[in-house]
Design a protein around this ligand. Structure first.
Ligand code: SAM
Length: 402
C-alpha cells in the first residue's frame, strides 16, 4: 500500500499562468477534494492580490480573509449523523519559507497521520459541480499529511450489545465458509494473513461479501457518521508521453489532433489503486446524498446550466438517486471504461439498498479503477469516451433509467 502521495513531474504543456508562480520552496496544502472547472481561457483577473502572508479560504466563489486564529474555525461542525460534506478546498498560505511552520506541530508521541485509503485520486484537471477558479498545481506542490481532527464520539448506548470486532467477524466468516465446503486456504482472510497490511481490514472487506461484512467498514462509517471531513484526496499529476513527442517536434496536424484528444483525456481525474486488489474483492461503497427524482432533475438542470461536465449521480431505483456531487467519498472519482476492472453492484443490507464497487479482475497497484457506466444508472449527457480500451464504444450513454 502506498501511504504517501507521489507527485509526479508536471506535464510539459504549460498550464495557463492565471496565477502567479509560487515562491521557491512554497507548498500548497490540498485538504479536501474539489472538482475544479476546466477554464477554457484565462480566468478574469477579478481576484485581488492577497496581502503578504495572507491565507485564503476558498468557499465557492468567495475569498474570505484569513481568520486570526485557526484556519477555518467559522465552519460549524456538521450535525451528528450527517454525511461528510466535501465542499471546498482550503488553500493554505503561500509562505515565504516552509509551510509546515504554519501548521500546528504534531504532539510528541502522537500517532502518525492515517495512511491513504485503498484508492487515490489523481488530478488531471476536471470540471466541477460548482464554478470556482483554477488551482494551478506546480511541480513543487507538496501534499502535506492530513492530521485527523478529534472525533466527536457518540455516547454508547448501554442497552446495545457492543459491535463485534473485525477479528470476531472474520472468525465467524471463516467458520461459515468452511461449513460451506470451501477449501481450507480459501477460509483465511487476506488481511489476516502474515505480513498483510493491517489497515486493509478497515479499508476493504474480504470475500465473500455477506450482508454483515458489507455493513462493517468502521473508518468509512465513522467518516460519515461523525460529521468530520473525510481525509483529503491525494493528488498526483501523471505526465503524458505525448508531450515528450510534441517536444521532439514530431507533431503533425494529425498528431496535434491526437494530442488534443489525449489532452482531453488528461483532464479526467481518476482513481488509482494504492494496493493490489484481488478479483471479486470489495473496493469501496458508492455513497452520497439520497435524493428523489424531482430533486435529481433540478440538480441536473442546474449542472447543465452551469456547463458542468462531470456528473456524480447514480440512480438506484425510482426516487432513489445517490448523488455524490456535494457529499461522497472516493467512489465519486471512478471513471467509466469500456473494459473496466470493477463493477458496481446493488446490495440489500439490513433492509437498505446500498451500492458497492467490487473488483471484476485482479488489479495492480497504481492501476486506474473503472467500471462501466453503461451498465449502471449514471447520469449526464452522452459524451465522448476517453477510456482508450480496444473495444471502446466511443461514447458513454449515461442517461438515467428506472
Ligand atoms: C463520476 S465522475 C468521474 C470522475 C471525474 N473524472 C472527475 O474528474 O471528477 C463522472 C464524469 O467523469 C467523466 N468521465 C468519466 N469517465 C470518462 C471517460 N471514459 N471518458 C470521458 N469522460 C469520462 C465524465 O465527465 C463523467 O460525467
Amino acid at each position: 500500500m502506498i501511504n504517501s502521495p507521489r507527485i509526479l513531474p508536471r506535464p510539459r504543456r504549460r498550464l495557463p499562468a492565471a496565477r502567479p508562480p509560487l515562491p521557491r520552496g512554497a507548498e500548497t496544502v490540498i485538504t479536501s477534494p474539489r472538482i475544479l472547472p476546466r477554464p477554457r481561457r484565462r480566468l478574469p483577473a477579478a481576484r485581488p492580490p492577497l496581502p503578504r502572508g495572507a491565507a485564503a479560504v476558498i468557499d465557492s466563489l468567495r475569498i474570505l480573509p484569513r481568520p486570526r486564529g485557526r484556519l477555518s474555525p467559522a465552519r460549524p461542525p456538521l450535525p451528528r449523523g450527517a454525511a461528510a460534506v466535501i465542499t471546498s478546498p482550503r488553500i493554505l498560505p503561500r509562505p515565504r519559507r516552509r509551510l509546515s511552520a504554519a501548521l500546528p506541530p504534531r504532539p510528541r508521541g502522537a500517532a502518525a497521520p492515517p495512511p491513504a485509503a485503498a484508492v487515490a485520486v489523481t488530478d488531471e484537471g476536471g470540471v466541477g459541480p460548482r464554478r470556482s477558479f483554477r488551482i494551478s498545481l506546480r511541480p513543487r506542490v507538496r501534499v502535506v499529511p492530513w492530521v485527523k481532527p478529534p472525533v466527536a464520539r457518540k455516547p454508547k448506548d448501554p442497552a446495545k450489545s457492543p459491535r463485534p470486532s473485525i477479528e470476531a467477524l472474520a472468525a465467524e466468516w471463516a467458520k461459515e465458509k468452511a461449513a460451506s465446503g470451501a477449501p481450507e486456504e480459501e477460509c483465511v482472510l487476506p488481511f489476516l494473513q502474515k505480513g498483510a497490511p493491517k489497515k486493509e481490514a478497515f479499508r476493504r472487506l474480504p470475500l465473500p461479501h455477506t450482508f454483515q461484512e458489507f455493513s462493517i467498514d468502521p473508518i468509512k462509517k465513522e467518516e460519515l457518521d461523525n460529521g468530520t471531513e473525510p481525509p483529503p484526496y491525494k493528488i498526483k499529476i501523471i505526465p503524458t508521453g505525448l508531450y515528450w513527442l510534441a517536444a521532439l517536434g514530431l507533431v503533425t496536424a494529425q498528431m496535434s489532433a491526437l494530442t488534443n484528444h489525449f489532452a482531453e483525456r488528461k483532464r479526467l481525474r481518476s482513481l488509482r489503486a494504492l494496493e493490489a486488489i484481488e478479483k471479486d474483492d470489495f473496493v469501496i461503497e458508492f455513497v452520497g446524498e439520497v435524493i428523489d427524482d424531482e430533486t435529481c432533475e433540478e440538480r441536473l438542470e442546474d449542472m447543465r446550466r452551469r456547463g458542468d461536465k462531470n456528473f456524480y449521480m447514480c440512480k438506484v431505483k425510482k426516487d432513489f438517486v445517490i448523488d455524490a456531487t456535494f457529499k461522497g467519498n472516493d467512489c465519486r472519482f471512478f471513471n467509466h471504461s469500456c473494459e473496466p476492472n470493477c463493477q458496481l453492484q446493488k446490495w440489500q443490507v439490513n433492509g437498505k439498498t446500498r451500492l458497492g464497487v467490487f473488483a471484476s479482475k485482479a488489479i495492480e497497484v497504481g492501476e486506474p479503477l473503472t467500471y462501466d457506466y453503461r451498465f449502471e444508472q449514471h447520469f449526464g449527457p452522452e459524451i465522448e469516451c476517453f477510456c482508450g480500451a480496444q473495444n471502446c464504444q466511443g461514447n458513454m450513454s449515461v442517461s438515467g433509467k428506472d
